[in-house]
Structures are given as structure tokens and as C-alpha cells.
Design a protein around this ligand. Structure first.
Ligand SMILES: NC(=O)c1ccc[n+]([C@@H]2O[C@H](COP(=O)([O-])OP(=O)(O)OC[C@H]3O[C@@H](n4cnc5c(N)ncnc54)[C@H](O)[C@@H]3O)[C@@H](O)[C@H]2O)c1
Length: 448
């Protein structure tokens, strides 16, 4: 037996020590998964994947990874599960994701989770603790506590992760990030973002009966059980605070991703901000029909950097002014406006335009094309790269900063007063009303 030597332990690193202990049966879950994945990859075998939530976005995700070996499918709606199951007859079928994730016989390399937001975190936490590579839809989590817990679990377990912000893999976001970082519009002072959608106004419908094919109890996941809500499944859960976070929660991770990436707001130096919101009076059940949020990031020796969000048809005044001046429908066409010291850059998912910079410099391409958002994750599983070069760009270390930005805006609105936010501040250090919105009390049988 090796005598324990602290210096030797530090020099080797915990992972190497775990592999030394492996013959004595002490390998971590992550090491066991990594070993069997490496064996499969060396033989040229397909990866063994499970899909939790198989319809709608889950169906799109399944199509994107279907060339791997799909060994398990899980859905709480029998109609969806049967329809997809018939396309993958060899896959085992589950209604409860927890049962899937504790079934060692599946020998999983990865899991794709595309359920409604309130069930992302407990399922993802189980997968990460088991050392399984994890792909989770956006927003990564429903609460701040879940977000920070997944960040830690992904880091501690060294799992390959990706959040489903597909646009991040496109070419246009790369070109915008290069232009902003290359100073095409000078130093950025403000960014306005907007989304005309309105996921709002969810209402309870006491006594309503759930569709016969839906396991409503399982659908509710860790939340406190209630009567079925008419029309909530599929999709409309987004309009209810209990399961979603409205339009900002639904679209924020796609749209705010661009300023976050371009300005490097995931860097710890931007972790602190002041948040101000405007919206209709708060409803305890349903998300608001419109919302405006400003995050003001202090900068030493300069005015704060301002990031703003407008949804439900609210128009950023600056975008309205620029559009009126140029006789262009900038609001209808774009969804992000960077304001710099030299001019403006408007962008949407697929195109961008630089305004008021007559001699706009051409910026060299520096960000390589993505092989595809799902492919980044699959490649990461094959190479074992969880962080750094060659790892998925929306891995949880980035995705958690983005999700926390989005959720902090909804919290500021819900407490009804300006909020000083800090990603590095423990939840316990916030006021009681904020703390209450940062965590969820799970019912029995569920844990984070
Ligand atoms: N990346 C994108 O572009 C994109 C687009 C749409 C949705 N999304 C995200 O994908 C997720 C799902 O959204 P959607 O619109 O497909 O929702 P949906 O309600 O239409 O579908 C959810 C699916 O998961 C199943 N399901 C629900 N709870 C489950 C549970 N506990 N266990 C297993 N299966 C469960 C449902 O039966 C259904 O098949 C959300 O997080 C959403 O924000 C991402």
C-alpha cells in the first residue's frame, strides 16, 4: 500500500491519485466513466447516450446526436415517449429521469436534458455526480442556488458539459465578438437587448385534470405538488414563476449571450452590478407581460457599463431614435445594439451592421468556426476535454455566469427594488427576500 504523503498527493493531483487507487476499487465515478468512454472511443464505437425530455426541443436535440448509440429515452408523457421510442426500438424507456440516471447497466457516456427549466438542475446534478457528460437546455437552471451548485459539480467532477445556446456555435456571433473586441465601434459604453415575445400571465386552474398520457406528479419534479394547470404542458410552463422565468428566462440566455461573450462579462472582474427593473405590478403566479432590466457594472475611473433588456414589445429608446433617424426598422430586424465611443453595432442571430463609423476597420478573424453546438459536446466527450481549448464553448463554467445574469434580472423585478448583485457573494449574505428567490425547497424524493 502507498503511505499517504501530502506533498506527493499535491504533485500528482487528485485525479492521478484516484487512478493509483483504482485497482483497490476507490476510483471516482468520473474516472470510471472516463475509462470506459476512452475504451469505447479507442475501439471506434459510438457513444452511449440517454435523452431526458424527448419532444419539441428534446426531439431537436435527439436528432442532433442520433448518430451515436441512443440507449435510453425518458419522458413523462407516454404519447411522446412511445412516438420517439418506436424510432429507437433498442433504447430502454423510462418515465422517471432519476431511475434512468441510477441504472448502472446503461453504461452512459452522456445525457441530454431538455425538460422544462424546474427539472434541469436535480437531474443534471445526478448526472454530474455520476461522472456523466451532461448537455442541458437553457436557461441552465431555475434558481441561483442550482446554478452555483451545477458549476461546482461540473468543476469538481471534471465532466464535459454544454448548455443548449445553439446560436453561440453560429458564425455571426463570432464575427460580432471579433468586431467588438477589435474596437470597431470604440469602447463599448452601453448595450441594449430586446425580445418582442411575451411568455406571461400564467394562471392557476384548480381542479383541472391532467391529460391521461401525462404523469403530472413526475412532471412537477422537485416542486411542491399542486393541481394540474390547464394548458401548461407542453411549453406554457414558461409563463409560471414556479416552473419558468418568463421571457427573460426563456430568451435571455440566447440574446444576452452576445454581449456577455463580446465583453467578457463572465470574467470575475464583472461579477458585481447594480440591477434596476421596470415592469407591471408583480403577480405571484404568472410572469409579467413585459419587463425592462438594467444591469450597471461599475468600472474604475469611468461611468458604469450599462446592459439593458426589454421584452414584451418594449422598445429601447435609443434603438427607436436610431431607426427614426435612418428610416429603418432596427427594432424589428435586430435584437442587440452595442453603443460605443465611435458608433453603434446592431446584431441579430444571423447578421450585423455597423452604424455611424465611416472608416470602420476590418477585423481579422480570430475565433475558429464551431463544428456544431452538439458536435462540440460530443467531441469533448471523445477527447475528455471539459475545460480550456477543445472543450465546448457553452460549458457550465460559462453557462452558469450567463444563467446567473438572466436570473438576477428576474429576482430584482420580483423583490421590487434595486438590487446589488455579486456572483461571488454567497447566497446566505443576501437579504431574506433575495435569498428566498435564490433557492427552491425541494419536495421529498428530490435533491440538488
Ligand atoms: N436551445 C433552444 O433554442 C431551445 C428552444 C426551445 C426550448 N428550449 C429549452 O428546452 C427545454 C424544453 O423546452 P420545450 O419547449 O421543448 O418544452 P416542452 O414542454 O415543449 O417539452 C418538454 C419535454 O420534456 C418532457 N418532460 C417534461 N418534464 C419531464 C421530466 N420531469 N422528465 C422527463 N421528461 C419530461 C415533456 O413531456 C416534453 O416531451 C426548456 O428548458 C427550454 O427553455 C431551448
Amino acid at each position: 500500500m502507498h503511505r499517504f504523503d501530502r506533498r506527493r498527493f499535491i504533485a500528482l493531483g487528485a485525479a492521478s491519485v484516484a487512478s493509483l487507487l483504482a485497482p483497490w476499487g476507490c476510483a471516482t465515478s468520473r474516472e470510471r466513466v472516463a475509462t470506459r468512454t476512452a475504451r469505447r472511443v479507442a475501439k471506434g464505437d459510438r457513444l452511449r447516450l440517454a435523452i431526458i425530455g424527448v419532444a419539441n426541443q428534446g426531439g431537436a436535440n435527439l436528432d442532433a446526436v442520433k448518430d451515436e448509440e441512443i440507449v435510453a429515452l425518458c419522458d413523462v408523457d407516454a404519447t411522446y415517449l412511445d412516438a420517439v421510442g418506436s424510432r429507437f426500438p433498442q433504447a430502454l424507456r423510462f418515465r422517471d429521469g432519476r431511475e434512468l440516471l441510477t441504472n448502472d447497466k446503461l453504461d452512459l457516456d452522456g445525457v441530454v436534458i431538455s425538460t422544462p427549466d424546474h427539472t434541469h438542475a436535480p437531474l443534471a446534478a445526478m448526472a454530474l455526480r455520476s461522472g456523466i457528460a451532461t448537455y442541458v437546455e437553457k436557461p441552465l437552471t431555475h434558481t441561483i442556488d442550482e446554478c452555483r451548485t451545477l458549476a461546482k459539480l461540473a468543476r469538481d467532477n471534471g465532466c464535459v458539459t454544454q448548455m443548449g445556446t445553439l446560436i453561440h456555435a453560429g458564425r455571426n456571433y463570432r464575427r460580432v465578438v471579433e468586431a467588438i473586441r477589435g474596437g470597431v465601434i470604440g469602447r463599448v459604453t452601453q448595450v441594449d437587448t430586446w425580445c418582442p415575445k411575451s411568455w406571461c400571465c400564467g394562471k392557476l386552474t384548480p381542479g383541472a385534470a391532467a391529460p391521461a398520457t401525462l404523469d403530472w406528479n413526475l412532471w412537477q419534479g422537485p416542486t411542491q405538488p399542486t393541481d394540474y394547470v390547464e394548458g401548461i404542458h407542453p411549453a406554457n410552463w414558461r409563463s409560471h414563476w414556479r416552473y419558468g422565468t418568463g421571457t427573460l428566462g426563456d430568451m435571455g440566455c440566447h440574446i444576452l449571450d452576445l454581449p456577455m461573450w463580446a465583453l467578457g462579462l463572465d470574467d470575475p472582474k464583472w461579477s458585481r452590478c447594480e440591477i434596476y427593473t421596470e415592469g407591471p405590478p408583480l403577480d405571484a403566479v404568472g410572469c409579467p407581460p413585459w419587463l425592462e432590466v438594467s444591469w450597471a457594472f461599475p468600472q474604475p475611473g469611468s461611468d458604469p457599463l450599462i446592459l439593458r433588456w426589454f421584452d414584451g414589445g418594449r422598445v429601447p429608446p435609443l434603438v427607436q431614435e436610431l431607426g427614426a433617424k435612418d428610416r429603418q426598422d432596427y427594432f424589428g430586424r435586430y435584437m442587440v445594439c452595442f453603443q460605443g465611443t465611435r458608433g453603434f453595432l446592431m446584431a441579430n442571430y444571423g447578421e450585423f451592421a455597423v452604424l455611424q463609423v465611416p472608416d470602420a476597420p476590418t477585423v481579422a478573424r480570430s475565433i475558429p468556426d464551431s463544428p456544431g453546438h452538439h458536435r462540440e459536446w460530443l467531441d469533448g466527450i471523445r477527447t475528455g476535454r471539459a475545460e480550456g481549448e477543445g472543450s465546448p464553448l457553452c460549458r457550465f463554467s460559462y453557462a452558469t455566469a450567463l444563467t446567473e445574469l438572466v436570473l438576477s434580472g428576474t429576482i430584482a423585478y420580483r423583490i421590487g427594488r434595486p438590487l446589488t448583485w455579486d456572483r461571488r457573494r454567497p447566497i446566505a449574505a443576501f437579504d431574506a427576500d433575495v435569498r428566498g428567490l435564490c433557492t427552491a425547497t425541494y419536495r421529498e424524493g428530490w435533491r440538488l
